[in-house]
Ligand binder design. Structure first.
Ligand code: KDG
Length: 312
C-alpha cells in the first residue's frame, strides 16, 4: 500500500442551480470527504491507496462504498454501522464561486471512528499516512483515532502528511490550533493554506509560516496560495511555484485535496520539491474545472498532457 488515510465521507447534495437554498428545488447526489478525495485522486494516478472509515448501513453508505471501490481505492477497512447514519452535506451556490455548506453529520457513523481502527492491516502496510484536521474535529473518539494513527505511523516508520483543512463549522480556531500544532510536529509534510498557517503559527507570510512549522518538527511545508500557486520550504531549499490558468473555474471545493494528492505523489515518486509542487498546482487547477470535488481529476496520462500544456 502506498497511502492510507482515515476520515469521514458524506452524501453531498449539490444544487443544480445557483441561489439561496430556500428557492432551489433540484439537487445532484455527490460524495464529499477530503480524505476520500485524496484517495481517489491518488488511485487515478496509479497509486495503491486505502481509505479507512465508517459508514451508515444505509443506501448512501453503500453507494459511497461502491464508488470508492469503483475508483480502485482499498475499502477493506470500512465498516458499516447499523444504527448511526451516513453523514450528510448540503451545498449552497450563491453565484460565482461563492458557496456555503450545511452539515448534518453529528452522530454520524464516521463520528464514532475510534482508535481500534489502527489495528487494521492497511495501517501496517502503507508507506504514508495522510490525515486532515477535519477528523479530530468530529469528536473525542475520532481525535483519539488520529493520534493512535500517528503513533502507529511512528512505530512503522511511515511518513505522515497533514492537511489542516480547518472547518469553522466544526470547531473554533482556539480549539483547533493546539491540535493542528501537535499533528504538524509529528508530520513529515504539512500543507496549510495561508489562513491555516496563520491559525497555527500566528505568522501572516508564507516564509514565516513554513519556518515556524518546521521549528515544531515538520520536515517540509508547502503553503497553498490558491490560483497564485504555492510556497515550499525544506531544510535544503525553498521557493515559489506559480499556479496554472484554466479556461473555466466552476467549483473550487476539492482543489486543496487535489493539491494534497499532487504533493503525496511527488513524495512517492521521489520528485524534487519544485516538480512535486508543480504537479500539485496542476491537480488543484484541474479540480476547479468541474462541479464536484474529484470528478475532473486526471489519470497519469491526462496529467502529463496538462503539464505539457496540451489541455486546460
Ligand atoms: O475538501 C473538500 C471537503 O471539504 C468536502 O468534500 C467535505 O470533507 C469535507 C468536510 O468535512 O468539509
Amino acid at each position: 500500500m502506498d497511502v492510507v488515510t482515515l476520515g469521514e465521507t458524506m452524501l453531498a447534495f449539490s444544487p443544480v442551480q445557483d441561489g439561496p437554498l430556500d428557492t432551489v428545488h433540484g439537487f445532484e447526489k455527490k460524495l464529499a470527504g477530503a480524505e476520500s478525495n485524496v484517495a481517489i485522486a491518488l488511485s487515478r494516478l496509479g497509486y495503491r491507496t486505502a481509505w479507512v472509515s465508517r459508514l451508515g448501513k444505509d443506501p448512501f453508505g453503500r453507494w459511497i462504498y461502491k464508488t470508492l471501490r469503483g475508483e480502485g481505492v482499498d475499502v477493506s477497512g470500512v465498516t458499516f454501522d447499523p444504527i448511526r447514519p451516513t453523514g450528510l452535506y448540503i451545498k449552497e451556490r450563491l453565484g460565482g464561486k461563492q458557496t456555503r455548506i450545511y452539515y448534518y453529520r453529528s452522530g454520524s457513523a464516521a463520528s464514532a471512528m475510534d482508535q481500534g481502527l489502527v489495528d487494521l492491516p492497511a495501517f501496517s502496510e502503507a508507506a504514508i499516512l495522510f490525515v486532515t484536521g477535519i477528523t479530530p474535529a468530529l469528536g473525542s473518539s475520532c481525535k483519539k483515532a488520529v493520534f493512535a494513527a500517528l503513533d502507529k505511523a511512528r512505530e512503522q516508520g511511515m511518513k505522515v502528511v497533514f492537511d489542516p483543512n480547518y472547518r469553522g463549522k466544526l470547531w473554533s480556531r482556539k480549539e483547533a490550533a493546539p491540535v493542528f500544532r501537535q499533528i504538524a510536529s509529528r508530520s513529515h509534510l504539512v500543507l496549510p493554506g495561508l489562513a491555516e498557517g496563520e491559525l497555527m503559527t500566528g505568522a501572516t507570510d508564507p516564509e514565516s509560516v513554513a519556518e515556524n512549522l518546521r521549528s515544531l518538527g515538520a520536515r517540509q511545508v508547502v503553503v497553498k496560495l490558491g490560483p497564485r500557486g504555492a510556497y515550499y520550504q525544506t531544510e535544503q531549499k525553498d521557493g515559489y511555484v506559480p499556479g496554472f490558468q484554466v479556461s473555466q473555474e466552476v467549483d473550487e471545493v476539492g482543489a486543496g485535496d487535489a493539491f494534497a494528492a499532487g504533493c503525496l505523489s511527488g513524495l512517492l515518486d521521489g520528485l524534487d520539491p519544485d516538480s512535486a509542487v508543480k504537479r500539485a498546482c496542476a491537480l488543484g487547477a484541474l479540480a476547479v474545472t468541474v462541479k464536484g470535488d474529484y470528478e475532473s481529476l486526471p489519470d497519469r496520462e491526462e496529467l502529463h498532457c496538462f503539464l505539457q500544456g496540451e489541455t486546460g
